[in-house]
Design a protein. Structure first.
Length: 381
């Protein structure tokens, strides 16, 4: 019987966007136990979070530095859920103390930071998993398997989009657009909207196709209520071997709470998956005949028992997808503890994060002109 892993959490308090989702996903399958936490820089919020989440035995800290010093030999992994600007110092300290790290995306703010994290990981023989939860959906994994089995033939085009409306949708009573957290209103070399949404799309494309980006041309705009903050990005990414990808994401697209959708086209067929209808893949063959498949159909991986928390016809959603990803991380960490290979086909680390950040930096530089992509793997030293 596999043991439960003890984790510490930095960030993710009651007033965060992701904390409750991670807490639920962590404990859903009994794989993890939240044993230590610094949920907020405000200790009262940390205490309130632990109380509302019914964590009476969780050891609470006023600052993350003290928590890592005290807990490095008591927890199996650290979950980092802070704003992205705080990720790197937390991760670097964790590595020096021998703590395994699970980080919410984006891993950090730039490819330079990712390279520094990689160097520290190598020198300290550290463990790092970066969470891209949308690839935890069973039917996204099924789409990957269908592509790998050649069901679509040679891939020629991918369209990936993630429109949202959070920076332009007004409240009916006041006519005002709600102001997001302060850190979401600060652009760096890579706009925050790209770190929030763009990293998901780029990781999904590589996850599904196995292809690596070669060059990119893109544009960035500000259409919403918080100009000059970038809130809309379009890009055309060349993945080589005649595979092109259109990428569109932003937070100024009225009518879309989260319009994540990916369409893949090949010489023998096409497929489409949408996050708002996550249990189905629409497959079309070369004769133009379309069929929708779910977990109960003629599938390659989506019928696995781990995805059947309840039978098909009862949709599994965002939290279950995140729990699937945590299940993969659990398996990977167990292999590390046993001294065996930690590689897992579903989990991502620093390399895929570095690649995505490189592409997003190139989009920022592009301004409508093509940019070649080089050195897509971070140096190990």
């Amino acid at each position: 019987m596999m043991s439960t892993l003890d984790v510490g959490i930095v960030g993710g308090s009651l007033d965060s966007a992701v904390g409750r989702a991670h807490r639920t996903a962590l404990i859903m399958d009994g794989r993890f136990r939240i044993s230590a936490a610094c949920f907020s820089q405000d200790f009262e919020i940390t205490q309130a979070t632990a109380g509302q989440w019914h964590l009476p035995k969780c050891r609470l800290y006023q600052d993350w530095q003290t928590m890592l010093d005290d807990e490095h030999d008591r927890i199996d992994a650290l979950v980092v859920l802070t704003p992205p600007s705080m990720h790197m110092p937390i991760i670097l300290k964790a590595f020096t103390l021998g703590i395994r790290v699970i980080s919410e995306k984006p891993l950090c703010l730039s490819s330079a930071e990712a390279a520094e994290i990689k160097a520290s990981q190598v020198s300290n023989n550290g463990y790092l998993a970066v969470i891209y939860n949308y690839t935890g959906y069973p039917m996204v994994r099924e789409l990957r398997a269908q592509i790998a089995a050649g069901r679509l033939g040679k891939l020629v085009h991918v369209r990936a989009e993630m429109p949202q409306e959070g920076f332009i949708r007004a409240k009916p009573d006041s006519g005002e657009v709600p102001v997001p957290q302060d850190w979401r209103l600060q652009d760096n070399e890579i706009p925050t909207v790209s770190l929030d949404l763009g990293v998901h799309l780029l990781q999904m494309i590589t996850f599904l196709t196995g292809a690596r980006p070669k060059r990119v041309v893109g544009t960035q705009h500000s259409y919403g209520a918080f100009a000059p903050l970038i809130d809309s990005v379009d890009a055309l990414v060349d993945y080589g071997d005649d595979l092109s990808c259109n990428v569109w994401f932003g937070k100024a697209a009225l009518g879309y709470r989260n319009g994540l959708k990916i369409r893949v086209f090949g010489t023998e067929g096409a497929a489409e998956w949408s996050q708002m209808n996550p249990e189905l893949i629409r497959m079309t063959d070369k004769f133009g005949e379309s069929v929708s498949i779910d977990r109960s159909g003629e599938v390659l991986v989506a019928m696995e028992d781990r995805y059947q928390r309840f039978k098909a016809g009862h949709p599994a959603g965002f939290i279950e997808a995140l729990a699937n990803y945590y299940e993969d991380i659990y398996s990977s960490i167990q292999h590390v503890k046993e001294g065996t290979d930690a590689q897992n086909e579903y989990t991502a680390g620093v390399d895929i994060s570095f690649e995505g950040l490189k592409v997003l930096e190139a989009i920022s530089r592009s301004k409508g002109s093509p940019v070649m992509l080089e050195e897509l793997e971070p140096p190990s030293e």
